[in-house]
Design a protein around this ligand. Sequence first.
Ligand SMILES: [Zn+2]
Length: 699
Amino acid sequence: MKKRWSDEGAAEAVRRWGNEHGEDFALRLYGAQLLGADNELVLFSGGNVSLKLPYTTLLGDRVEAIYVKASGAELATLEPAELVGLDLTYLRRLHLLDALTDAELANQLRLSMFDSSGPTPSIETLLHAFLPQRFIDHTHADAVLALTNQVNGTQLVQEVMGDDVIVVPYVRPGLELAKAVAGACQANREANAVVLRHHGLITLGDDARSVYERHIALVDTCEGFVRKRAEGRVLAVSFQQKEAPSALAARVAPLLRGALAWETGNEDQPYSRSVMEWRADDHLLELVNSTLAAPLATNGPLTGDHLIHTKAVYLLVDDPQWEDEQRLRDQLTEAINTYRTEYTDYVSFNGGSMEGIDPSPRVILLPGAGLFCWATSKRDASAVADIAEHTLITKLRADAIGEYRPLLADHLFNMEHRALQRAKLGRKHDHPLQGQVVVISGGAGAIGAAVGEVCAENGGHVVLTDVDAERLTSVVEHIQARHGRGSALGVIMDVTDEKSVRAGFEEAVLEFGGVDVIVPNAGIAHVAPIDELELSDFHRVMEVNAVGYMLLMREGIRILKRQGLGGHIIISASKNVFGPGKDFGAYSASKAAGHQLGKVAAIELAPFGIRVNMINADAIFGSLECPSGLWEEVGPQRAKSRNIDPSEIPEYYRDRNLLKARIHGRHVGNAVVFFASNATPTTGATLPIDGGVVEAFPR
Ligand SMILES: [Zn+2]
């Protein structure tokens, strides 16, 4: 365990936040971020910290205050606004109560805040408030959990961490836990660390540095002990790896995604889809392929905090039928359906409600292929995977120490379904493309980039493909900066090459689990009258615009069919299909081919619930940041064909449409979102985006 505190880092924190918030507050933030930087201490939004400071009210009164991490905030990137200030004197008086419901606890916390518009403070705020020490660090460190989650956990913790550490039996977070910890600390005033069984570690003190360093030292001691016990262990193999895990994962992911989709009962939006994070490094794969996979998948979480993300039980599909796709599909469907029934029974047995809860597994172990984690966004799927990976590895170590003992089932249920925990998941946003994966060819160009951006704004995950690596990277980074790292993937793809297209889809599937919307869009143009058209130029345009569209559709359809959730193909055709212009034969013919392929696909794919529609946009010139490559190349010649100066081209196009509208890539993006959100039962249709060009009216 690395001690990350440095004098320079601390000084930098004081420079950054000290002026406005004071030195203690700045060091509080610094220590919190250091804890968060270590994923063996803190996963996702786990762990919390606090600081006690006086606060001056509007009337000039000096009152005692506590600053606690906001619920759901991440320690690694903790900001001043995410340390919520509360009235400490009042909170301490809640000690007088015997019980406090979740709703009332949440209400009391909000009533005690100094900034009523601030985020909700941690569910563990009272625990921090009832203790006298000024600085408190709390994590759910892997190594500590490996020790406490044992049949003889208390004894083991005491043996390894020493008698100075207080061990508190499991109590559910809230008033009861806060009182239990305060009581234990009062009986032992010298203690500066508390282990909460089946939960985590707390260190206490009066300065940020010593509290942080004690935390690290204690976790380090546990880790050393655990590692030593687990060292050199050889796992008994239950599955012989023959094929590369990535090949198996790419094959199975769309089947899994299809089986996992939850039926909504809404005819227009029949499925709630999820997005995948796949992991299969050597260590993890060894575990998944071992005889221990079954007990480790099902013997409970490390701490109650993880449950809202992963559920208590992971699904292991034993002996997957890799050789036979139909048998594999049946096997997965059956396993997932059994899991759902058991989960629903478990909730009803505990008197809970399934309203708004998808009973499907979040973590699936497949021998040969690794760990598959699912959520409604890539960000959440990665969090599920982080938790699942740490949990499995830590439980494997715990198993080497003695006998792993998770929380009792009723405690687990309580932690997964209590309102304060579920609130951490945030409000559900119903973005039109939530959980959908959109593949767009020509993603680095003006139209493709804009379509990607608009789809990401609407909750979609986008795969942008292109041959221009440099421009593609810049478009993908731009989308990621606005919508999160998991929102976009760049794939180098030559749409005229079968192998490249297939490999590109495989990359998309390994990243997100499958695809839902395919947008053939990569195109080139060439200006020449037919009698001067070189065969090689004609071939070149046909290869990209017609063959390219066909290949993208073909590979995409294969995945959509295997996934079995319907889907969309939205073809970026052209105004030219209905309203051609002279000297543009190669382009017009190739676009008409793509458009016609779309109509045929609409007929062929309707029985599978796959809708195919076409978008006929007029010329799009891009923006300064993302100019249109196509127009840079052919603009001057098109101007010549129309007897105008190249600089007048955008105005020329605007002027010739009924609405006098300039057409942007974002307009095409809006149309893609319209089709992909199933707003109308439409297939085989063409939507013009041209401001109204009479000769190009669809007919
Ligand atoms: Zn906790």
